[in-house]
Design a protein around this ligand. Structure first.
Ligand code: SF4
Ligand code: F3S
Length: 111
């Protein structure tokens, strides 16, 4: 198994998660992060750290799309291991539905 970042991260990107990951397996897109499924050691430490509740264990049902997205972009986007400022309007987008369709970007994040 692995942990995966889901839709709730989009347009928030709080980055509290990267600070606690012991193996630095988060990768940064323009408006969300993903977890590399082969690098994650399933420690679960990141899950409660996310203010947006975006991190889930892949044993939860219905996460196939997100697991595939995490695997795909973890090998394209740059690694991120230090917390940075959340996106400026993160609170406005926290908890909104339909963020993937409206806002997901394949663009890589920049440090
Ligand atoms: Fe990192 Fe552990 Fe979270 Fe996996 S579960 S991404 S190893 S903190
Ligand atoms: Fe995203 Fe939550 Fe990390 S919003 S950047 S998964 S702390």
């Amino acid at each position: 198994m692995t942990y995966v970042v889901t839709e709730a991260c989009i347009k928030c990107k709080y980055t509290d998660c990267v600070e606690v990951c012991p193996v630095d397996c988060f990768y940064e897109g323009d408006n969300m992060l993903v977890i590399h499924p082969d690098e994650c050691i399933d420690c679960g430490v990141c899950e409660p750290e996310c203010p947006a509740d975006a991190i889930k264990a892949d044993t939860e049902p219905g996460l196939e799309k997100w697991l595939a997205l995490n695997a795909r972009f973890a090998v394209v986007w740059p690694n991120i291991s230090d917390k940075k400022e959340a996106l400026s309007d993160a609170e406005e987008f926290e908890g909104l539905d339909g963020k993937f369709e409206k806002f997901f970007s394949e663009a890589a994040g920049s440090q």
